[in-house]
Design a protein around this ligand. Sequence first.
Ligand code: F1P
Length: 571
Amino acid sequence: MDIPITEARNPITTTIDVASPDDIVKKLHECDREIFNGWNQYKGLFHPETISTIRQISVVAVDILKKPDGVIVLSGCGTSGRIAFLIARNFNEVLRNSGREECFRYLIAGRDKALFTSQEAPEDDPQCGIEMLKEATTGRNRVLFIGITCGLSAPFVAGQLCHCMENINIYTPVLLGFNPCNLARNIKIEKWDKTFLQVVRLLENEVAENKAYILNPVVGPEQITGSSRMKSGTATKILLETIFVSCIKATENIPSNIEAHLKSYQDLCEVVYKETSSISKLVQLAGDSLKAGGSISYIGWDSLGVMGMIDASECPPTYGASLSDIRGFVDSGYKLLNNQEGDLSPMGKYYRISIEEFQSDVLPSLKESDLVILLMKDESCAVADILSNSTCKKACICFNSEEKIQQDRLDCIVSVDLYSLTTEPLGDQHYKSWAQLYKELSTKWILNAVTTGAHILKGKVYQNIMVDLKVSNNKLFFRAVGIIQNFSNLSKDVCQEYLLKSIYMTDDLSEDLKSLQVKDYIVKATSMEKVVPTALVAAILKCKIDDARKLLSQHHVIRTAISDILNNRPM
Ligand code: F1P
């Protein structure tokens, strides 16, 4: 079976686990360039078909904005749902600022708490997706629905696409992702009668009649295998913004050039990575903190704070990080977020997200091993003052303003010079909003480098594979099986058995256990530690689960554990 591109290994990063911070950032850059330059023979971002699809979706969006009962729904799981939230929030603000009615809605599997903490179980539930879509569109007669699933795989989105097709007179469905259609997931969806691939095939019939769209340029494999928060998340943001900037302009009779707009993001990528040396310094600081058992806190203004929260939220499922390792805080908290469910802070410590809460909950206990990164709207942000009595490390990411920042108080400054960006002329009334989009993406690239680099330095990655991932949804379950297969050369079935043995901590799998559904395995595995490394070691050494656990416990660092075991395995 062909491996989907979003799950494939990127040859550029095979040795990223032993690279210096500077080389890590250079490799990330090289991979990010593939977003624009394309990958192998596949249709990329600048392919005429991609540009034509963007244009057509934008035309539908213009039509929806003109209808009194029209709504644009952006939906996804994990990072895809968080980007949906961010885009809906930003473009509602643009509409509001020009006196128009807000008509963007976001849906995220697991609802608003999934904006900050990963809630992967609902991602596997098509029915849940349908119910949420119905709820968001009751009484509406025209809906543009954009279902985002980078891997063309999420059951939550599959259900919604089917609902749209069953009500095609109301909905125009769009599938947004980064695999060619034939590589959509073809694994049975639990409690559902279709695979994702079958849904794509049905959608293709609607596409042929211009009643639906599939926007799926290929951007190449992720830097860390399967980590679709990175390149795919970036490409999601770029594509949605391109569609809606063009749409807003059209409603104001301003011409737009889709290709030029895409090109401006390509230029931005170079402008951001021009700062490779300061970004790698920040990666080093972040790695030092994590290695010393310290934490990383992002404090941000405006939507840059949201970017920080999005980056932080992905670390537990991707790197098995704890919720305290990396946290995001944002000026004005939920008031700024403007999320559907409002203030979630009563739900607990990790939902307390304002700067005041950072000051009361986190700041007093910060030590030298902790790092705080300020995501600055402009140089007037005065948090450096708040931090001045703390011994923690302090850094900031800023735009066009390095010389105005009091450098002596900070351990690292990454300053991105947006003036050097030659963009499509955006000189309309929304200029500030559009400039903010570039700041957000710059922040995303830098923070993705910080958390990816820091976890690499902490030894969480082996080659370019995150072996200690959480087995918290169906996609991740089968990714784990694939990882074990990759290093052990055993059959898929045997690898799955090792994974189950590790989940149930037994060497004898009963028939009852074997006959459970994947969703049952996930429930058990989600709260467990080192499930995949244990299964991997047991599979490589063909040893008992208990022995594999003991062996792993002798190593502090997962990367060295796996490389030692692989190098010394019996032939
Ligand atoms: C959705 C997602 C990812 C997350 C993890 C689990 O993926 O939540 O955002 O990083 O891999 O799946 P997709 O549906 O966009 O492919």
